[in-house]
Ligand binder design. Sequence first.
Ligand SMILES: [Zn+2]
Length: 254
Amino acid sequence: MPLIASIDTKLVSRWVPSPNFGPRADGRAPDMLLLHYTGMPSHDAALAWLTDAQSKVSAHYLIDCDGTITQMVAEDKRAWHAGRAYWAGESDINSCSIGIEIHNPGYEGGYPDFPEEQMQAVVALCRDICARHAIAPGRVLAHSDVAPKRKPDPGEKFDWARLYRNGVGLWVPAAPIEGDAGLGPGDQGATVEELQRALARFGYGIKPSAVYDQATSQVVTAFQRHWRPQRVDGRADRSTIATLARLETLAAGA
Ligand SMILES: [Zn+2]
């Protein structure tokens, strides 16, 4: 059987099959795009890990710094990239998503900028996937959005605004930072509960408790990494809350 038969898009440079996949639950079609960074020292180490049966992890695609795209799992299969995760009522994120690993050594490896050649490939692949599967803008997400307690990737250096300018994902310019301390750990009451409800409506896995606990801080951090990257501190200042409100309005009309 020719391996080439499993390649889903002509953007792919090569096919290196991973054994780490299964069927999508209920045979459902993907309707979410999830972006990651590899967090590994080298692209080749990441490729080896994602295609090693022992690792039990994979993704559909891996993008090297030079823009080379490798496919590892066919899009109609369930790759193992999200782990324990949640978004908008769903916890089997692997069954509903396509996963792209973008090579970057991540926070533990100095977190270099994503190179231009790599970003061009990311944009092209995301556009292609979103068009073929009619993925809604609000369902183009970071690993950190669906697993805020465990995962920081792809991090605040990732250029979501550029994706949006190319027709991928949801984006608004962040509301200006005003310098107010905002809500943070230890705060409680109606304003905290209102924030938690807004985050939950947007899709995040957070239970309104009216207490600004560690989980709230982690979800706010995830939100900032994606949509208010100018300052990532886990505190819900006016800018963070206003940016979330703008996104809710945009998502409602999208
Ligand atoms: Zn990840």
